[in-house]
Write a protein that binds this ligand. Structure first.
Ligand code: FMN
Length: 510
């Protein structure tokens, strides 16, 4: 019998037919508010002079800084700001305004919410906090040290010893308002682009971040006090040094804080709740089994490889690259250098420190305009080079594959993340679906960072599922398209405004 994830994936695939017959229209009257605001607990302002992350971006991606002896509030603030903070503002005629964030997010809808379970943070009492990027504050939802409960829910004793854990959740309706059930994929793409920032900044600050993907879903949702039919925990990221283990706290009382409604009405997408429930873990034993699953074997190149040069030696400071990052809205046809392409490919395939193996997504690409690289379709082999599948000018095809969006055709190169989905689901069960989308999202987020740090632009893109696999056939047989990122040089200036003073980071635009 087909898994729930396979059925969900196929039923939410884009094709020219599905796009033209969808009939979905955006109901602006009920567009969800982009910030979660708890209204019954006081806001704790975060320091505006938090750490500026000055480590060169490619260095932060290459190796972690020496471990920090303490987790301080300024370091935690920097991590939150560069993961989820408001970095730019765009005003529209008629009064509309979008507040853009540190990490890219489908449709600028920002359904990823951030919580902190703090134990040993200098300058912050122990407790469960929600981070609101809108007013740049924390609000405490539980008092006291609840790391022991988190460690149990994740079957991971180290979480009771680490200074704090950041928890990413998603509020479904914020994304399904536009993208309907397919939005489930976006929860992982977008928490992935955010994690790319969280991991890089955490490593730059010596906080040893690590992604925990296995946990008893209901227990973590209960700890956070979220309404699990609308919002759910996706990933946990322990940060900071290990100290004495937090005491066991037993069963936690329920919490139900008041929250500002997102909109006057909501639409439920049962298919999304169904795949999330099917991919949930019910017990600590399930979590252990999830971590022990053997992933599908990695593949080997089938033909000669074209070597790429090393990435550029210099890259912007990480904080500045994140502050400047913004999805390119129009690419010129100007080429990027082979070293710049190399930086994005290298960054996108860096290991992900996590409780489960990485490397589940393969990186296919179309090269349209990269100096010294023959235009064509390729597969990238990390550390080795490019395997040519087919030479040719594929600008028309790369625009078509990305849902007929010009960005895909105008880009210098387009990265297609493909995963052996059936093999992965057979090995790991339906939760493997979350993981494939997450790993592709992290890879795309890291490609964004490398692009902005080395002087070019990027944009995440959606795609025609089956056509992508067909384009890379027969090489891509047995794989599914998971996520796409376009790279290139921007045409014209952006029309949004960099907000420089949220924390004291530089805000220059070249
Ligand atoms: C997973 C993902 C998919 C995206 N897909 C598209 C797309 O299909 N077309 C597009 O124009 N932009 C796409 N984007 C870019 C978003 O619209 C953009 O991230 C969002 O508007 C926030 O703006 P910023 O990235 O400039 O901060 C995507 C971004 C992500 C992270």
């Amino acid at each position: 019998m087909a898994s729930v994830a396979r059925k969900f994936h196929d039923e939410t695939a884009h094709s020219p037919y599905s796009v033209r017959t969808s009939g979905h229209t955006l109901e602006w009257d009920i567009k969800p508010f982009p910030f979660k605001v708890y209204t019954d607990v006081p806001a704790i302002p975060l320091p505006r002079d938090a750490d500026v992350v000055a480590v060169p971006t490619l260095e932060a991606l290459a190796r972690p800084a020496p471990p920090a002896a303490r987790l301080t509030l300024p370091a935690l603030t920097a991590l939150l700001y560069y993961s989820a903070g408001v970095t730019k503002k765009k005003s529209y005629p008629g009064g509309g305004e979008v507040l853009f964030r540190a990490a890219a997010s489908t449709g600028a809808l920002y359904q990823t919410e951030v919580y902190v379970i703090a134990g040993e943070v200098d300058g912050l009492e122990a407790g469960l906090y929600h981070f609101c990027p809108g007013d740049f504050t924390l609000r405490r939802l539980r008092a006291g040290d609840v790391r022991g409960a988190l460690a149990e829910a994740a079957a991971e004793p180290a979480l009771a010893r680490r200074a704090a854990t950041v928890v990413l959740t998603a509020i479904y309706w914020r994304n399904t308002w536009k993208y309907q059930a397919r939005g489930y994929r976006h929860l992982f793409w977008d928490s992935g682009t955010m994690l790319a920032n969280t991991l890089a900044v955490g490593d730059a600050l010596g906080l040893a971040p690590r992604v925990v993907t296995g946990f008893v879903d209901a227990e973590v949702n209960h700890l956070l006090g979220v309404d699990a039919s609308r919002e759910a925990a996706l990933e946990l990221v322990p940060i900071g040094p290990e100290g004495a283990a937090a005491p066991a706290v037993g069963a936690l009382a329920p919490i139900a804080h008041e929250v500002m409604p997102l909109s006057s009405d909501e639409v439920d997408y049962p298919a999304l709740r169904e795949i999330h429930a099917a991919s949930a873990l019910a017990s600590a034993a399930d979590v252990v089994a999830w971590r022990r699953a053997t992933p599908p074997p990695r593949r080997e190149p089938r033909g000669p490889l074209v070597a790429l040069p090393d990435p550029p030696r210099d890259s912007l400071p990480l904080g500045e690259a994140i502050q400047r990052r913004g999805s390119t809205r129009r690419f010129s046809h100007a080429p990027i250098s082979a070293a710049q392409l190399s930086a994005a490919l290298w960054a996108g395939t860096r290991p992900i420190p996590a409780d489960v193996p990485d490397g589940l997504v393969d990186l296919y690409l179309i090269v349209n305009a990269v100096e010294g690289v023959t235009p064509g379709a390729y597969v990238y082999w990390p550390g080795a080079g490019l395997e040519l599948i087919r030479a040719g000018d594929f600008r028309r095809e790369s625009a078509y594959l990305t849902l007929e969006q010009p960005l895909g055709g105008d880009a210098a190169a387009v990265l297609y993340f493909l995963a052996p989905l059936d093999d992965l689901l057979a090995a790991s069960g339906d939760r493997g679906y979350r993981l494939a989308n997450l790993q592709a999202g992290v890879a795309g987020g890291r490609a964004y960072l490398a692009a902005y740090a080395t002087g070019f632009g990027a944009s995440g893109l959606t795609f025609y599922d089956a056509d992508v696999v067909r384009f890379f056939a027969p090489h891509a047989a047995g794989r599914d398209a998971i996520f796409v990122t376009a790279l290139g040089r921007a045409s014209g200036a952006r029309d949004d405004v960099l907000l420089s003073k949220t924390i004291s980071a530089p805000a220059r635009r070249t």
